[in-house]
Design a protein around this ligand. Structure first.
Ligand SMILES: [Zn+2]
Ligand SMILES: [Zn+2]
Length: 425
């Protein structure tokens, strides 16, 4: 009998992450956590409650989303033949929950906030991100628009993002928008030789979307286009003026921007919040009304005012602004075991410290004492507890003051009391 043949694992290189998806690495997670924490605390201050909705819904819920979009749902058919889809945005799930649990009977206005993964297919490619947002459903007034914008500006200002801009517009309602669309249609038909291919297709169906096209030639045509403000119905005009007056009251500066047209389901006031940098700009989120949504899903007329963005975009903006957050999980002491027996003793010491409300950071693994002490210093930990082979055998621990480098030897029994004394605990 020969020696058994050594079995090696079958190698197949791991595929890379899908384009259009994100990993959030440990070095980025602090920004993520701080953002979500601020989102929660401000949302509660402004009277919003958290809600969670499922990732997968009956695809019919998203017909509004599909109607005006080139993007496709990430859909599949389940074993019972029902077409399901990953939610492309959270709004529709919120509307469904609002009706399913009869919130209109429970309260005049429901104010919710959320963070949730979303996914859809764009240009044949899956895109996923983590959405965050605020949503009001029920009765609202223009002051609520201003107050929502106030909340969002507070959120981003507290995150340390400079140069925020508020781009605002009013795109009318079902009563006045069709009239304006007709005016636009006629205007763009006259200028059709100056429009890009994409916009040509939009003239008949969604002329409003041409205003948002960033193609240079299209932008030039749009700059001369009739403005919607002149075509708003009385209700929309009054609403818009009240929102702007509210913003003046809050000393929030805004830019009236015809290119901001919201989503196909948007009505009345629409807005975007952007962070501007020297050579770039990040859209942190967009807001507005979806006032026909609840009714179109079988509910009684209800207003829907909200704001949503992706956390990935917020992180991109924070990186561009070079905003960094320190970890809040600061250790009190740093454990430095040298060798295997010492590492084993450290397990007990770590637990004893923990039981006494002392947070220890351990580095059980290879590495010289020098690198470990450097690590302690860079983590601003005041005390290092060193256990070498000799100390491990004798049941002692070396306490080192990281800053001064002064060292003292203690027995394992006394070390906890000594650390407590030095930490003032
Ligand atoms: Zn109107
Ligand atoms: Zn165009």
């Amino acid at each position: 009998m020969g020696r058994p043949k050594k079995i090696t694992p079958q190698v197949e290189k791991a595929p890379a992450r899908l384009p259009g998806s994100f990993d959030v690495l440990p070095e980025q997670i602090m920004s993520w956590e701080v953002f979500v924490e601020k989102l929660h605390s401000l949302a509660h201050t402004f009277g919003y409650s958290k809600i969670e909705t499922p990732l997968v819904e009956d695809a019919r819920l998203f017909r509004f989303w599909q109607a005006g979009s080139k993007d496709k749902l990430a859909a599949f058919t389940d074993a019972k033949g029902l077409t399901c889809a990953l939610k492309p945005t959270t709004l529709f799930s919120l509307a469904r929950a609002y009706l399913e649990y009869q919130f209109p009977l429970r309260e005049k206005v429901s104010k919710w906030f959320y963070t949730s993964p979303v996914a859809y297919v764009s240009d044949g490619q899956m895109r996923q991100s983590t959405e965050y947002g605020f949503q009001m459903l029920g009765e609202t007034n223009p002051i609520a628009d201003s107050q929502l914008i106030n909340l969002i500006f507070r959120l981003f200002t507290e995150m340390g993002l400079p140069n925020l801009s508020l781009e605002i517009n009013n795109i009318g309602c079902l009563e006045c928008q069709p009239g304006y669309e007709e005016v636009l249609r006629n205007y763009f038909k006259e200028k059709k030789y100056d429009l890009c291919e994409n916009c040509l297709e939009l003239i008949d169906t969604h002329p409003l979307q041409i205003l948002a096209c960033n193609n240079l030639s299209c932008s030039t045509v749009s700059a001369e286009a009739p403005v919607i403000i002149d075509y708003l119905c009385d209700a929309c005009r009054r609403h818009f003026i009240a929102v702007l007056e509210g913003l003046d009251e809050l000393n929030l500066v805004y830019n009236l921007n015809q290119k901001v047209i919201g989503k196909p389901w948007s009505r009345k006031t629409v807005f975007e919040v952007r962070a501007k940098f020297e050579n770039s700009e990040v859209t942190l989120g967009q807001g507005g009304h979806a006032d026909d949504l609840i009714q179109s899903l079988g509910g009684l007329p209800a207003q829907a005012l909200g704001f949503m963005g992706t956390i990935e975009n917020v992180l991109t903006a924070l990186e561009s602004a070079n905003v960094k957050f320190a970890s809040k999980h600061k250790a009190d002491v740093f454990l430095v075991p040298l060798g295997e027996l010492a590492a084993k003793k450290t397990l007990r010491l770590f637990t004893d410290l923990w039981n006494n409300n002392i947070v220890a950071s351990e580095f059980i693994g290879p590495g010289s004492i020098k690198t470990q002490l450097k690590l302690a210093e860079s983590n601003k930990v005041a005390i290092a507890l060193i256990i070498g082979q000799k100390e491990a055998r004798e049941g002692t621990v070396i306490l080192r003051d990281v800053k001064s480098g002064m060292q003292e030897l203690f027995t394992s029994e006394r070390i906890i009391d000594e650390v407590k004394k030095r930490l003032g605990k």
